[in-house]
Design a protein around this ligand. Structure first.
Ligand SMILES: Nc1ncnc2c1ncn2[C@@H]1O[C@H](COP(=O)(O)OP(=O)(O)OP(=O)(O)O)[C@@H](O)[C@H]1O
Ligand SMILES: [Mg+2]
Length: 566
């Protein structure tokens, strides 16, 4: 039973400590000693003992203060405390018990009595820790049952207890006492040891059996007129929590009762607190679980929302890709159609053009050779015919230009890949367009020192032509065109800005569409930018446009400097 039970001995006298240690270890207990209250608290921190034997007189913290400190801590308040007192005066006993110890023993007392009290306290603490009733009011009057055949003693004891603030029930026999215990709930039974019929020892044994059945904890105080060592031993062995001689002073009896009840109430309270802590812990766990569930739900919702967003994005991308595919499909078939038409037009156009030139030269010849032989109206008609055929030739020339553009539009991947000086290309384009600018447009050039670029030269020419021609077209009267070359982030940049009419924001999106033009019929085909876009894309570059209506436009073409053929 005592195996593994640790008893802490708090004793400043080394001899006394060793004596106690030997006594308790012979009984099978493990012991640990502390020479002061402070050292005792450290020991308790290290390992919780099953019982503490405290000397009342200690250096530093006194024994009673140590008891109070131990009672104040929720973890240690259940440890039974046995106080050792040096002298046997009632006042000292009283003091020891008032300090909050659960029992006391005089140092001079027989060691058997000490062991009995130790076992008794340990038994009680085990029992009480499982049986303490939960839910009773914290502040209540103690209910005491007195079982005694002596009316005089019963009455005077009852009076003492009433003065102490207890609720008192009196019975005269053991049988009546057990019946009363069956009916009502009591905190303490004070039973006379010697009674006719069922004596105090028998009552104690009956109560011990009930305790074994896990009934409510009950403090049992054995009273006896015969205060012998044997009687104390018999009473404690029968299960009594304490033994009191009837000759004892009433104040000491009350003190002993108080100590017993305090311990009982303390354990009740302990149990209540533990239960409350358990409930709170459960509440905390429940709240935590709820919080986690809510967080999980939120995370799930968040995840779903994210997945939805991603799906939407993927969907949008798919649609965009689809539109692009349709667009390029359309462009491809448009290209085929345009190439076919251009081809069909090209043959008749060639002979029509060559015939027109032939006819015009013949007419010029006839007019020169036979001018004198012709009448005025004949000469006039021939002259007219010649001028009409020249007009026809110009018209057919424009058709040819259109056919060339259409063919370029449909065959973007053709052309020679080589390294050129871009400024040469710009200059040739400017020269080509000079007649359209005459002196109404001032051209400014800002070229970087090195302008060599590997590209499809013919195609780049065409882009420059389209963009500079657009700038010229945009300037209605007088104005200025600035052509710059720079390098930016590994890209060759040609920027053409004009002081022209600018592009209204609502059409900016459409200027790269094939056949989109704002120019009068016969002046613009609307293919310039769409062809340029295709060419620059083919060069892995891009075209940027910024424009302010009424102020002008800047078009930038960007081509990678490290472009490779293919
Ligand atoms: N620099 C510019 N300033 C103002 N508007 C411009 C400029 N460049 C292009 N645009 C607008 O973009 C339209 C499309 O240009 P794009 O070069 O594709 O065709 P176009 O010039 O009309 O005809 P084409 O070039 O085939 O003779 C033009 O009609 C014009 O409205
Ligand atoms: Mg154009």
């Amino acid at each position: 039973m005592s195996v593994d039970q640790l008893i802490l001995i708090v004793e400043d006298s080394a001899t006394q400590a060793i004596r106690l240690q030997m006594l308790l270890e012979q009984e099978g207990f493990k012991t640990v000693t502390a020479a002061s209250g402070e050292a005792a608290l450290e020991e308790i921190n290290r390992e919780l003992p099953s019982l503490i034997v405290v000397d009342y007189h200690l250096p530093g913290i006194q024994g009673d203060e140590l008891c109070r400190q131990i009672h104040m801590d929720i973890n240690t308040r259940g440890i039974p405390l046995l106080m050792l007192t040096a002298d046997e005066t009632s006042a000292a006993e009283l003091h020891g018990l008032e300090s909050g110890a659960d029992d006391f023993v005089a140092k001079s007392e027989n060691s058997e009595i000490l062991l009995l009290r130790v076992h008794n306290l340990l038994r009680k603490s085990r029992r009480d820790s499982v049986n303490v009733e939960v839910g009773r009011s914290l502040f209540r009057r103690a209910r005491v049952l007195i079982i005694d055949d002596s009316a005089t003693y019963r009455e005077s004891l009852a009076q003492e207890l009433l003065d102490e603030g207890c609720e008192v029930t009196q019975v005269t026999t053991g049988v009546e006492g057990l019946a009363a215990l069956d009916r009502d709930d009591f905190d303490c039974v004070m039973v006379d040891m010697v009674m006719p019929g069922m004596d105090g020892i028998a009552v104690c044994k009956a109560l011990s059996e009930r305790r074994a059945e896990a009934e409510a904890p009950l403090v049992v105080l054995m009273l006896s007129a015969y205060e012998s060592k044997e009687n104390v031993a018999r009473a404690l062995e029968a299960g009594a929590d304490d033994f009191v001689g009837k000759s004892i002073e009433m104040s000491l009896l009350r003190a002993r009762l108080r100590a017993l009840l305090r311990r009982k109430f303390l354990l009740e309270q302990n149990q209540r607190i533990i239960e409350e802590i358990r409930l709170r812990e459960m509440e905390t766990l429940r709240a935590k679980a709820e919080k986690e569930a809510a967080e999980a739900r939120a995370a799930l919702a968040e995840g779903l929302a994210k997945a939805n967003r991603e799906l939407e994005e993927a969907n949008t991308k798919l649609r965009e890709t689809q539109v692009h595919l349709i667009q390029s499909e359309k462009m491809a078939s448009l290209g085929q159609l345009v190439a076919g038409i251009a081809h069909e037009i090209n043959n008749p156009l060639s002979f029509a053009l060559s015939n027109v030139f032939t006819i015009e030269s013949w007419l010029a010849g006839v007019l020169g050779e036979a001018r004198g032989a012709l009448t005025e109206p004949q000469a006039f008609k021939l002259e007219k015919a010649r001028s009409r055929i020249v007009d026809t030739g110009q018209g057919l020339e424009r058709v040819r230009e259109l056919v060339v553009k259409l063919r370029t539009f449909s065959r973007l991947d053709e052309g020679e890949f080589k390294t050129i000086d871009v400024t040469d290309a710009i200059e040739s384009v400017l020269m080509f367009l000079r007649h359209k600018m005459s002196d109404r447009i001032e051209v400014e050039r800002q070229f970087q020192p090195d302008n060599m670029l590997a590209c499809y030269a013919g195609q780049l020419n065409q882009v420059l032509m389209n963009i500079i021609a657009n700038a010229v077209d945009a300037i209605e009267d007088r104005g200025r065109i600035l052509v710059r070359t720079t390098t930016c982030d590994g890209m060759f940049v040609v920027a053409v800005s004009d002081t022209g009419c600018g592009i209204p924001p609502e059409i900016v999106e459409r200027i790269f569409d094939p056949f989109f033009t704002t120019k009068p019929v016969g002046q613009g085909t609307g293919l310039g930018l769409s062809i340029s876009y295709g060419i620059i894309k083919n060069h892995k570059g891009r075209i940027e446009v910024s424009s302010t209506p009424g102020e002008g436009t800047e078009v930038r073409i960007l081509i990678p400097l490290d472009l490779k053929e293919g």
